[in-house]
Design a protein around this ligand. Structure first.
Ligand code: AMP
Length: 428
């Protein structure tokens, strides 16, 4: 037999890392609760058409797509938004708005594997459907900040832009949507010269090109001052002016919420996904050069999927990258003090009793392992010690005659004989 290994871009999570991943997932779920988002579970496999509809060339070309045995063209989800939008366009069509939906799970992209970039990775995803108001955008940013705080990350910074500004200018020049999309993709990759050349070649006037040129250089951590400069820059481009005003309102609400969020505005910021229509943002950390999460407003997607026109805003956080960030910043996990127990029969004939006691403890929600290797007491205790288990219960002949066992506290290195019916009290 060959030596099997994981497929390129796929990873195993051993207990230590699996624990951190689940820890982040728990925090993400808690944030969902705190903000009123209800969890839904959607399939990993969706129709290719749905996923490709508005994903943008960037992601479309990296999907794990295949024909299933029923000759359906399907793909592994590269993100959650398409699935959530499908639901809101169909089954949840008549649900009262706003709808706040949360999902967490694995997504798949045929990215070039490297540190922080995998082909299977995990996201926590939040979508707020039905509101076109700036408070909805502000909520998504505040919620992202809450998650970063909840997992204990320090020095996170948010970069915020608005696709309506760049698109607003291009639209006024009657540039086709396809050209706009390509220009935005180039800007997303910071290939500003190529983007400007494309716009120029598509027939845009000189003024449009110089305005875009100015915009892509406009950024700053003094957000209100930067927004003022953007306003100045886009004067007389009606749609772009409205977009800057919208960005201002979002920033104002975040400021009024008194959330401590480190934000910089970046007028030339574009994101790969084609479906964004308004505010877009990313959260990063100095030690990691890629984004921990990103999102924005997409007001036309649900309509595109045949639903009622439904404004929406959402965010996806990369759980793998959050783990990497926590490891880099050496963030300790909050300890959940749990009194784990191991049960060791002194002789093989007492294994039945050990099974009985283990069942009883687990029924009382006490995590319990039974010695299943048939080891001698000292060996089994050594192993329990190494794994920092708090208690050992030794089932021995002498004690059993009195319906009792030995309860050993492995941290204090003390032991006593305890009646079996009293053992839960004793441990709890
Ligand atoms: P996106 O849907 O592209 O905005 O991605 C949202 C988040 O998912 C990013 O900010 C990353 O944290 C994470 N992410 C995206 N691609 C990958 C990848 N290939 N490997 C790990 N995490 C990723």
């Amino acid at each position: 037999m060959p030596q099997f290994k994981t497929v390129r871009g796929m990873r195993d999570f051993l207990p230590e890392e699996a624990k951190i991943m689940k820890y982040i997932e728990d925090k993400a779920r808690r944030v969902a609760e705190l903000y009123g988002y209800q969890e839904i579970i959607t399939p990993v496999v969706e129709s290719y058409e749905l996923l490709a509809a508005k994903a943008g060339e960037e992601i479309r070309s990296r999907m794990f797509a295949f024909r299933d045995l029923g000759d359906r063209m399907v793909a592994l989800r590269p993100e959650f938004t398409a699935s959530v939008a499908r639901l809101v366009a169909t089954t949840l069509r008549n649900e009262p708005k706003p709808l706040r939906l949360f999902s967490v799970g694995s997504v798949y992209r045929y990215d070039e594997p490297q540190r922080g970039r995998y082909r299977e990775f995990w996201q926590s995803n939040y979508e707020l459907m039905g509101s076109d108001k700036p408070e909805a955008d502000a909520e998504i940013i505040m919620l992202t900040n809450s998650l970063m705080n909840a997992v204990g990350l320090r020095n996170c910074t948010f970069k915020i832009g608005h696709v309506g500004v760049l698109r607003g200018i291009m639209a006024e020049e009657n540039l086709e949507e396809k050209t706009q999309n390509t220009a935005m993709q180039l800007m997303d990759k910071k290939l500003y010269d190529d983007a400007l050349k494309l716009v120029k070649d598509a027939g845009a006037q000189e003024k449009c090109v110089t305005t875009l040129e100015k915009l892509v250089e406009l950024k700053g951590a003094d957000v209100f001052e930067t927004v003022e400069r953007m306003k100045e820059c886009v004067k007389n481009y009606k749609k772009a002016e409205a977009a800057v005003e919208n960005l201002y309102e979002i920033l104002k609400l975040i400021s009024e919420s008194k959330s401590k969020i480190d934000i910089a505005v970046d007028a030339g910021f574009a994101r790969g996904l084609e479906y964004y229509t308004g505010m877009i943002f990313e959260v990063t950390m100095p030690e990691i050069d890629t984004a921990l999460g990103g999102g924005g407003r997409y007001d036309r997607l649900i309509e595109l999927f045949g639903g009622e026109p439904t404004p929406a805003v959402g965010v996806a956080h990369g759980i793998d990258r959050i783990m990497l960030a926590m490891q880099t910043q050496k963030v300790p996990l909050e300890k959940r003090e749990e009194n784990k127990v191991v049960i060791i029969p002194a002789k093989e004939e007492f294994i039945g009793k050990a099974m009985d006691i283990s069942r009883m403890l687990r029924d009382a929600s006490i995590p319990t392992e039974v010695e299943v290797m048939g080891r001698k007491i000292t060996k089994a205790l050594e192993d329990a010690d190494r794994r920092q288990i708090k208690y050992a219960i030794i089932v021995g002949e002498k004690e059993l005659k009195e319906e009792a066992v030995v309860l050993r506290d492995l941290t204090k290195r003390e032991q006593k004989t305890v009646k079996i019916r009293k053992i839960i009290e004793e441990i709890a």
